[in-house]
Design a protein around this ligand. Structure first.
Ligand SMILES: [Zn+2]
Length: 139
């Protein structure tokens, strides 16, 4: 498990680079992904999410606990974050913010880089798609 850090100001999402000990707090999980992308581009380092305040229903938690597979995690999160497929005038769901997927996978010991790699791998198989920028949905 990633180690936990504590802050005077309690941002719901915190990520750190274990190599530089740089830390970034944000109200948005997606901002942590942007932090990773910038930092990785400059240094090649990976980023670890050390704190993610996510609240899920028992049903979603059970679905998530059943699998480490990123497609299954997206599918489980979609029930919480996605738009009901039948209510949407567009085809399908708006998807799950990629930062939320990264945060949920961090609970399973994945770094940000590992999660993005797993997402890219699953997208190649067609099991995940991007209904809009930085949002994911499972088929
Ligand atoms: Zn670094």
């Amino acid at each position: 498990m990633p180690y936990r850090t504590h802050h005077s100001r309690s941002a719901p999402f915190v990520a750190t680079c274990p190599d530089c000990e740089i830390e970034r707090s944000s109200d948005s999980a997606t901002e942590l992904v942007a932090f990773y992308r910038r930092h990785h581009r400059h240094t090649g380092h990976d980023i670890v999410v050390t704190r993610a305040d996510l609240e899920f229903s028992a049903a979603v938690t059970a679905a998530l606990d059943a699998s480490d597979d990123v497609a299954a995690v997206v599918d489980g999160l979609d029930a919480r974050y996605g738009v009901d497929k039948h209510d949407s005038i567009e085809s399908g769901t708006d998807g799950v913010p990629i930062g939320i997927v990264v945060a949920a996978m961090s609970e399973r010991g994945f770094t940000v880089g590992e999660t993005l790699e797993a997402i890219a791998g699953v997208r190649m198989t067609g099991a995940l798609y991007e209904p809009r920028d930085d949002h994911l949905a499972a088929f």
